[in-house]
Design a protein around this ligand. Sequence first.
Ligand SMILES: Nc1nc2c(c(=O)[nH]1)N[C@@H](CN(C=O)c1ccc(C(=O)N[C@@H](CCC(=O)O)C(=O)O)cc1)CN2
Length: 289
Amino acid sequence: MTAQILDGKATAAAIKSDLTVRVAALKARGITPGLGTLLVGDDPGSRWYVNGKHKDCAQVGIGSIQRELPDTATQEEIEDVVRELNADPACTGYIVQLPLPKGIDTNRVLELMDPAKDADGLHPMSLGRLVLNEQGPLPCTPQGVVQLLRHHGVEINGAHVVVVGRGVTIGRSIPLLLTRKSENATVTQCHTGTRDLSSHLRRADIIVAAAGVPHIIKPEDVKPGAAVLDVGVSRDENGKIVGDVHPGVAEVAAWISPNPGGVGPMTRAQLLVNVVEAAEHAADAADAI
Ligand SMILES: Nc1nc2c(c(=O)[nH]1)N[C@@H](CN(C=O)c1ccc(C(=O)N[C@@H](CCC(=O)O)C(=O)O)cc1)CN2
């Protein structure tokens, strides 16, 4: 039997439809949320992602502020734009598209952002809030993974999840989200230093593959009936996406996220959720004065 699809495109469309209503309600209260983006350099993938984010904004009624710098930009030039976005009242939330060019201190850039405008959940304050179980913007891809599972009714409570990868934007925070009481999973985090990856994978009810290694998850390593989410993005010689999950896994798993069309659209939808939630909190705080 072939696995059922964890359909990121359809789930993201449902989230966006709900957000359209919430943005209209904010506008009725005199607040227009505006997403800022800072793109440094001309990587075609990053440009595609940023353009997609602005297209999404237009669909749900969120304003757009688009800033760009060449890949020769210095740390100071990048930080100047960050300060401008911090000060811009039309920009209620923003992101710095990652990765930044080599030689740029990414953590210093992220730390300079106004945490109240962090739309990506990647500011150290936001990540600290996640650790402390406090309210704040959630990292977009990790929360996209959680929402994709929830939307399709995949049982997370009590599940054993194996995450492959420990990168800061994705792998690192997935265990933080899935071990919250609301999710209640048990998580094993595997990485390049893990001995005998297969033995961990075979025990997983849910696998989240975020290693960036083409087809690292093979059919023989997957427990029949597991849910498998493919977050890896590598490219073949024609520029086509090759995920972390071997196509044969679809014959063993009960659920599989396509790639493209799975976690990617959910990343974009969660960004919009963060922008709208921040604007709603600001509106509530203003009303309370
Ligand atoms: N500041 C950030 N930078 C990066 C993040 C992030 O969350 N914040 N994540 C990734 C890139 N990313 C968002 O920025 C992203 C990745 C993938 C997709 C997506 O919709 N992908 C499509 C396929 C697109 C293609 O064909 O290339 C899909 O999966 O269907 C959206 C956003 C790194 N940087």
